[in-house]
Design a protein around this ligand. Structure first.
Ligand SMILES: [Cu+2]
Length: 261
């Protein structure tokens, strides 16, 4: 939860009480399904469907998608079709195979600062994978849809204003809708965190074309995404008022149970 960025003393005190002890993180740029349907509240058909399927985990536990004792055996432990939920039943709505997940429009090959909201700091390694050419977003995500090797990896990156910032490049040779799969394997806890971020690779020419109305798209580039505070930026991009985002964050903070050990 990053409501303290708004600068209000009341909000800061809520963050200090409710934030650090019980939360973990998710990728916010490019926006993950968990963050889109959690911290930013449910504003799209995909998120509404996910929340229905998911029960209580969304929106309030959006940063708690973690599996213990995987220890690098992701492909053995997390079943095909359940990559976005990490195989956790309470997050199964995030596995829904749909073409209309909130997606971030990016350009292939550009420099990009990947931003992972870390609501409680952990040590560990981030690995970023992209779907292969020909990926079909209408099918369930399988390990074989992902490239075997990460296109970006970072160990213990810096935590800046509550987010891990990982500088790299977007993958090349992709057009259209793809998925970036992030694995954060902790080294100071037994947990591994999983995030699915839907992206639309667009060339400069393609970016000017009309976009399908069904897809809620979030534009982000390395320069603009790093300069906008998280709640303000996402709220603005999703077309909701900052006040609504703050209220959602406060509610999430109040409702959240302490699950961290
Ligand atoms: Cu944690």
């Amino acid at each position: 939860m990053r409501i303290a960025a708004l600068g209000a003393g009341l909000l800061l005190s809520v963050t200090l009480v409710a934030g650090p002890a019980d939360a973990h993180g998710a990728l916010e740029s490019p926006l993950s399904r968990a963050a889109a349907c959690g911290e930013t509240s449910v504003r799209s058909a995909a998120c509404r469907a996910a929340q229905k399927t998911t029960g209580s985990a969304l929106p309030k536990e959006w940063d708690n998608l973690r599996v213990s004792n995987v220890a690098g055996r992701d492909r053995q432990m997390i079943p095909d079709g359940k990559l976005c939920s990490g195989g956790l039943p309470e997050f199964r709505g995030l596995d829904l195979a749909r073409r209309d997940w909130p997606a971030t429009t990016v350009k292939p090959g550009v420099q990009f600062t990947f931003k992972y909201r870390g609501t409680i700091p952990h040590k560990g390694t981030f690995r970023f994978y992209v779907t292969k050419k020909g990926y079909d977003p209408a099918g369930p995500l399988k390990w074989s849809d992902l490239e075997g090797k990460p296109f970006l990896q970072a160990k213990d990156p810096k935590l800046v204003d509550g987010a891990y910032l990982i500088k790299g490049r977007m993958p090349t040779g992709r057009t259209g809708r793809h998925l970036i799969y992030t694995i954060w394997q902790n080294s100071d806890t037994p947990d591994t965190y999983y995030s699915c971020s839907d992206v639309i690779f667009s060339s400069a020419a393609a970016a000017n074309r009309a976009r399908p109305a069904a897809a809620l798209q979030v534009s982000a580039t390395s320069s603009s995404s790093s300069s906008v505070p998280w709640p303000v930026g996402v709220a603005a991009l999703l077309g909701v008022g900052t006040g609504a985002a703050v209220i959602t964050g406060l509610r999430a903070g109040r409702r959240r149970r302490r699950l961290d050990s």
